[in-house]
Structures are given as structure tokens and as C-alpha cells.
Design a protein around this ligand. Structure first.
Ligand code: HEC
Length: 409
């Protein structure tokens, strides 16, 4: 029995990897088909002289020529097999939720909760997470069904402001990384639910109406179109949030919610540029503005680090010894990041990151810096009580050249 218990953390690590793999594959399939159909619709040759054809497109790919026709209405005779695109979306959501469970719910204590922000129990953290995912959809769906939807500019602004408020609130409930991933998970839930609750039912209705020779419900068609436009704009921000959890200079920043807001605008702007381009409107000014926004965020988050470095170099006369650093890392990090962690609840080194020897520290110096000096995401929730002064000592030691030769022999 003990043997199987010891095996569990390694198995969970594997499940994490496999689920992530599936999540990325089905996500690519979903976003890929969605990008493809957007592109396809915009590139149709609409000057075609065939009665029932709205537009035509020729393409060449993977060793063959493809001739696609978009019909003006339903086909006179339904084909034996009509392809739907829905499982990509459902599988992305399901695998994403499983990932949320494996990575965050299983490690709620260390990855969701930051006691300095909010000392909640793991149970409450998980409860809030599930409640948040469900209510994001209901709130968004409510706004879509309200009068607000008739004014798309106002609708966009209000949805954006609500998202920023939610992001801000989440950074005050959870640890930074969990807060970020929840904004992404909430938006992803809205996207998948749009497919499940609105887009696919509307298409089913369209097919049924055609089969029964009836007029389809126009209103349903319009809301399906709106939801797919929303999905289209949310895509880039969601993808940014998903990958940003590997970059502590985003979610670990003091104003992480504002960075998320600005990058979301940039992502949606870039998407807007391509949507307009597909309509043959070339609003070239959008791209430089997006680039300028990105550069501003980059400089805003990076410059203070260089200033600290220069300050350290000119103002710290006393050399920090390596043994001091080794001690800090041993007590503040090594309790988890060891082959046999001593911190309760950890049975294996998280992500395989180990700080046991001098070499472990030297070889991982950039990682240590980004996780615990340039941001304070490690130790998670500061579980081991690392002090500001200790972070400063490591920072000075790195700026002094991260030497180990002053180690007592
Ligand atoms: C309470 C346990 C714990 C302590 C203490 C701790 N870590 Fe971690 N660390 C984790 C966990 C859990 C992860 C994995 C997070 C994930 O799943 O992405 C991690 C991941 C990391 C990573 C890899 C990040 C990545 O995304 O590749 C680095 C580097 C790291 N920690 C450095 C440190 C440093 C430096 C310290 C000390 C200042 C420290 N950790 C203290 C639990 C801990």
C-alpha cells in the first residue's frame, strides 16, 4: 500500500502532462477551425454566377486542390454526412477543467491560496473557483440577452470593465498565478458555453428547419453570429493568459490585473485588425498601436529591475557570502525543492526543480531570480516565510556576480 501511495505524486505529474498535451491539441483544433472558417468566409469569391452559390473558393493544400462552395441557403438535398465542429470546443473545455483540478485543486494550499492576500481554506478556494466559472457564464449570457447587446460599443466596454474588476477581485482572493488562470478559465468557459448553448443549438435549428421546409428562427441565427464574434475576440487574450503562467513577470507583478487588462486590449486589437483585413479594410494604424502598447508594458515591467540592480551594485559594500545564500535557499526553497521534500504535502520536487547542491543553485540562478527576486511567486503564498531582506540578499549576491568562491572551505 505504501508503495502505491509513494507512486501517486509521480503518476499525478504524468496525468498533468498528458492532460496538458490533450488540452493543447484539441485547443489547436478548435481555434484552428475557427480561424480557418473566418478566413474562408472572408476570402470567398462572391462574383460567382451560380444560382444557389453565395461564394466560391479554390485552394491547394496537402497534395490536392479543394473547391469550396458556400450556398445561399440550405442544400436541396441533404448529404448523408454533414460535419459539425463542436467536439473540439467541448474537449478543450473538459481537458482544461481536468487540468485545473490536477494542477490547482490538488495543490490548493500551495498554488491557489496566498496567506498574505487571503487566508482561506482549500475547500473555500475550490468552491469559489467552481462558483466563479459557472457564474461567469450566467453573467455574460444575461448581458447578451439584455438590451445592451444592441449597442455593441457599449456592450464591449461594459464587458471589458467587468472583466477587469473580476481580475482585480481574483488577485485579492487567490495567489497571483491562480488569479490569472481563473480569468482565462472564466473566459474559456464562456467561449465553450457559447458553442454548447447558443451556436450549436442554432445550427441544429437551421438544419431542422431546412429538413422540414420551414423558415429558421432568424433571432437565433443572429445571436449565434454575435457569440461567435465574441469568441473570436476573446481568443487571443485567453491564449495569452494560458501561456503567461510560465512567466512570473506578468502574473507576479504588483499590478498584474492591469497588465492583464492592457494585454487583453492589445490581443483584441490585433484580432480586430485581421477581422477588418478579412473585410478588405486595411486599418494599418492598429498594428503600430498594439506594438507600442506591448513595448510600454515591456519597459514598465523591466526598467525597475535594472534600477534595483544598479542600486545594489553601487550601494552594497559588503560582499554577500555564498553560504548565506545557500542557507536561505535551503530553508525557504529546499524544503519543497528536494528529491525528498520535507514540506508537508509534497512528495516529490515540484516540476522536478531541485536545489540541493551548489550546482543546483548556480545552474538555476535565472529561475531563482525570476521566481523569487523579480517577482515573489516563490515560495508559493510565501509558505516558508521568506523575508524581504532575504530576497534582497540574494538579489545583491546575484548582482555581485553570484560567486561561490567565498564559501568557507
Ligand atoms: C511550499 C513548497 C514550495 C516552496 C517552499 C518553494 N517552491 Fe518553488 N515550486 C513549488 C511548486 C508547487 C511549483 C510548481 C508550480 C507549477 O505547477 O507550475 C514550484 C515551481 C518552481 C519553479 C519552476 C517554475 C516554472 O514554471 O518552471 C522554480 C524555478 C521554483 N519553484 C523556485 C523556487 C524558489 C527559488 C523557491 C525559494 C525562494 C521556491 N521555489 C520555494 C513549490 C515550492
Amino acid at each position: 500500500m505504501d508503495f502505491f501511495i509513494s507512486l501517486t505524486p509521480y503518476i499525478i505529474d504524468w496525468l498533468d502532462l498528458i492532460t496538458r498535451w490533450i488540452h493543447i491539441i484539441v485547443g489547436i483544433a478548435w481555434i484552428g477551425t475557427s480561424f480557418y472558417f473566418n478566413w474562408l468566409d472572408s476570402r470567398l469569391d462572391r462574383n460567382i454566377k451560380k444560382d444557389d452559390v453565395e461564394g466560391e473558393l479554390w485552394s491547394v493544400h496537402s497534395g490536392g486542390f479543394y473547391n469550396i462552395n458556400k450556398l445561399k441557403g440550405p442544400p436541396k438535398e441533404f448529404p448523408k454526412e454533414l460535419h459539425w465542429f463542436k467536439w473540439e470546443a467541448y474537449a478543450t473545455w473538459i481537458s482544461g477543467f481536468v487540468l485545473l483540478i490536477i494542477v490547482y485543486y490538488f495543490n490548493a494550499e500551495s498554488l491557489m491560496i496566498d496567506k498574505n492576500i487571503n487566508n482561506i481554506s482549500p475547500f473555500l478556494a475550490i468552491f469559489i473557483s467552481i462558483f466563479f466559472l459557472i457564474s461567469s457564464w450566467f453573467l455574460y449570457d444575461f448581458l447578451c440577452k439584455s438590451k445592451l447587446i444592441d449597442n455593441s460599443f457599449l456592450f464591449t466596454i461594459i464587458c471589458f470593465v467587468i472583466t477587469v474588476i473580476i481580475a482585480f477581485a481574483l488577485t485579492n482572493i487567490y495567489g497571483a498565478r491562480a488569479a490569472y488562470i481563473h480569468v482565462g478559465a472564466g473566459l474559456g468557459t464562456i467561449m465553450a458555453a457559447n458553442v454548447f448553448r447558443v451556436i450549436i443549438p442554432s445550427q441544429k435549428e437551421m438544419v431542422n428547419a431546412a429538413i422540414n421546409n420551414k423558415q429558421p428562427d432568424l433571432k437565433k441565427g443572429i445571436s449565434a453570429k454575435q457569440r461567435s464574434i465574441h469568441n473570436n475576440y476573446i481568443t487571443l487574450p485567453v491564449l495569452f493568459i494560458m501561456i503567461s503562467s510560465h512567466y512570473p513577470f506578468t502574473y507576479g507583478h504588483k499590478y498584474n490585473w492591469a497588465i492583464l487588462a492592457i494585454i487583453s486590449i492589445i490581443g483584441a486589437l490585433v484580432r480586430h485588425y485581421f477581422n477588418l483585413r478579412n473585410k478588405r479594410q486595411h486599418k494599418k494604424w492598429i498594428l503600430p498601436i498594439a506594438a507600442l502598447g506591448m513595448i510600454s508594458v515591456m519597459l514598465y515591467t523591466s526598467i525597475p529591475k535594472v534600477i534595483t540592480k544598479n542600486y545594489n551594485e553601487t550601494n552594497s559594500f559588503e560582499e554577500v557570502s555564498f553560504s548565506e545564500i545557500e542557507n536561505i535557499i535551503k530553508y525557504r526553497c529546499g524544503v519543497c525543492h528536494a528529491y525528498n521534500p520535507t514540506f508537508e504535502g509534497f512528495d516529490a520536487a515540484p516540476l522536478g526543480v531541485v536545489f540541493e547542491t551548489k550546482e543546483d543553485i548556480i545552474n538555476n540562478i535565472d529561475q531563482i531570480k525570476s521566481q523569487s527576486i523579480d517577482s515573489d511567486v516563490m515560495p508559493p503564498g510565501n509558505l516558508t516565510g521568506m523575508t524581504e531582506n532575504e530576497r534582497k540578499q540574494i538579489s545583491i549576491w546575484i548582482d555581485q556576480g553570484s560567486k561561490i568562491n567565498n564559501l568557507p572551505e
